[in-house]
Structures are given as C-alpha cells and as structure tokens.
Design a binder for this molecule. Sequence first.
Ligand code: KPL
Length: 298
Amino acid sequence: MRSCEVQILGAGAIGSVFGYFLLKSGCDVVFVARGRRYEELRRGLKIEGLVDFFEEVEVSDRPVKSWLTIVAVKSYDTAEAVRGIGKLTDIAMSIQNGIGNEDIIAKEVDRVMGATTNYAANLRDGTVVYAGEGETWIGNWKNCEREVEEVAEIFRRGGMNVRVTERIREMKWRKAAINAVINPLTAITGVRNGEILRNELWNAAELVCDECELVLKNMGIDVNLRQEVKTVVKKTANNRSSMLQDIERGKRTEIDAITGKILEEARKAGIEARVNEALYWIVRALECKMKNSDVRQY
Ligand code: KPL
C-alpha cells in the first residue's frame, strides 16, 4: 500500500478532526462510519469552530484496504471494529481514550502505534465542532519504530501539532488519569470542561487527582496531576467532554477503559481509591438511567 492511504475507523468528532488534518496533508482518506454518521458523511465532511471546512469525502460502512488505519471507535467497540483488519492494513494507530485498546489491536495487526491527543471536538447535528487545538503524542507500540516519525510528519504537514514519544505507554496512563478526573465530573454535573476550575467542582477534582496520582506513582509514573488537569481544562474549556456527550446522547460511556483501569491498578497495588470508585458507580448508574439508551446489557 502507498503511504498516505489512510482510513479512519470510527469517524466521530475526534476521528473526523484527524481525517481533516490528513486531507490537508494530501492523503487519500476513507472515513469509515455506520448508521447516521455514515449518512452525514455521505453529504460531506463539515467542520466549524477553529476552522471553517466543507468537502465531499470518501465514505465506507466497512473497513477498506489502507496503509494506515486510525482507530477512533469507542473503547468497548475496539475488538469488534478491528476484527480481521490485519488483512487490510499495514499499520494501525489508536487515538482512543482509555487503556487496553492497543493490545486488542495488536492481536490483529502486526504494526501498531499508540497516540494520545487533547484536541477537542464535538458533533452537533452532523457538523464537527472543532473546539480546542491541543497536542498529539505518537509512539511505537509494536514493530513501528521506523514509521512513527513518518506518520508524525504527515500530520504535521497537515497542520496538526504532533510530537513523537518513546514512552507512549506512560503517556496513555497520564491521559487516562486526566480523563478520569475531567470526564466523570463533567458527565455527572453536565458542565463544560472549563467549569471544573471555576466552581466547587475543583474541590472534587483535587480529590480525584490525588488518588490517580498515587496510582500512577506506584506504577513508576511521576506526574503532577493537578497541574496537568488544569492545563488540559484551560485548553479545552469550551468543550463538552466525550463522556458528557455520551450521556447526553444516551450512549454507553468509556468509564471502564478510563476509571475502571485506574481502579484495577489501585486494587493490584492495595491503594484505596474510594472517590474514583464512587465516580465509577455514579456514571454506571447514569448509563442505567438512560431510557432510550444503547448501553450495555445488565
Ligand atoms: O479527552 C477528552 C475527552 O473529552 O474525552 C478531553 C481532553 C478531556 C477533552 O474534552
């Protein structure tokens, strides 16, 4: 496959923003989506907010042959979404939230990259609202040492702020910890990210930060989580977190791949993480409450 033939598996808000940068970079991009999003994309990719963009794009309702596959589906859909893609793609890169996706992908694909991003985007009536410019870190997960810089350069050419790291596993955990603070608190209270700093929520956020920081420190990851959360919240102040968007749409959240993984590590290490545990169960309860939901079967 020619490098720069790329498919976006799960072309929701953030997947579409990645697709936009790849188009800008001159790549051939196929947006893979299902249902309503598939129909929306067939009418074109529309982005508002930090850019004003509209273009007809290639859309498919199933994976296609590609050099690079960007995996952007929800964590709980990863296994199903990537089943069999080893035969279709040379490299796969997860840009998903949470822990565990790259290992699932690595069972199907030989060459895998991990990525974390704090670019922020929402979907509103079929339009992507690109709400916050951030930073994306890319790193080798399996057999991709040589391709990482090439992929980073493709994104840079399109205008994305991308850096390469040799510590992608650590970066994934740091991002998961940031999500474990911002996402449940915004999903439960229904506020935009910026509100976390502005009102009483910061008192709760500090408690979550301290627990997550302890868990990460125990894994050898040194982080000032209060500081990192503040930075991300400021950069994405106007964004509705992905977990809040899921709750608002009656969809299952990624609480298991985020807070659930922090809790697993806490348990292994004998660390009490009661605040995270409470948040985990409250978000699960919110999922149960949704009437027209497609949430998990209990
Ligand atoms: O990753 C995000 C999410 O919403 O899932 C942040 C960075 C918190 C942006 O909203």
